[in-house]
Design a binder for this molecule. Structure first.
Ligand code: FES
Length: 142
């Protein structure tokens, strides 16, 4: 084996022996986390059929907490709120004729965007973004 062949063989051997180290260090790099505001995590909260039957879906447990979705699937104005009254924690009802959320315990009223219309509650209801995807009603944080 002449010197040139030896150097070539040594270079190839060195490259092959280091390949797993390069691969492992690349794979171990942490991926950047998405900010919550950039989240694309839509949650399926029910079916369009279920929504159209009563005009609302109450989901007491979801990854976002309790959710009340009101509207019709053909409406561009689906509304989703956390229905837990900020006064003392009762679950608010949707009053479609008055277009408000009404707390059955002490009569606090909330507008469709969750704002307090009449107390005693002083804090708004949290609201969520909604969409229809196929036959599913989807919700995510704003
Ligand atoms: S718990 Fe809703 S107004 Fe008191």
């Amino acid at each position: 084996m002449n010197r040139r062949n030896f150097i070539n063989l040594f270079s190839v051997s060195l490259f092959i022996s280091c390949l797993p180290i390069f691969t492992a260090s690349y794979a171990a790099k942490p991926k950047p986390k998405k900010k919550p505001s950039e989240s694309k995590n839509w949650i399926n909260v029910g079916t369009v059929e279920e929504l159209n039957k009563t005009g609302q879906i109450l989901k007491e447990k979801s990854p976002l907490g309790p959710l009340l979705i009101v509207g019709k699937s053909n409406s561009a104005n689906l509304i989703a709120v956390n229905p837990t009254c900020p006064h003392l924690g009762c679950t608010v009802d949707w009053e479609a004729e008055e277009n408000i959320f009404l707390c059955p315990c002490h009569a606090s009223e909330f507008t469709t965007d969750g704002k307090v219309q009449n107390g005693p509650a002083t804090e708004p209801l949290p609201t969520y973004e909604t969409k229809i995807a196929g036959k599913s009603v989807m919700v995510r944080r704003v």
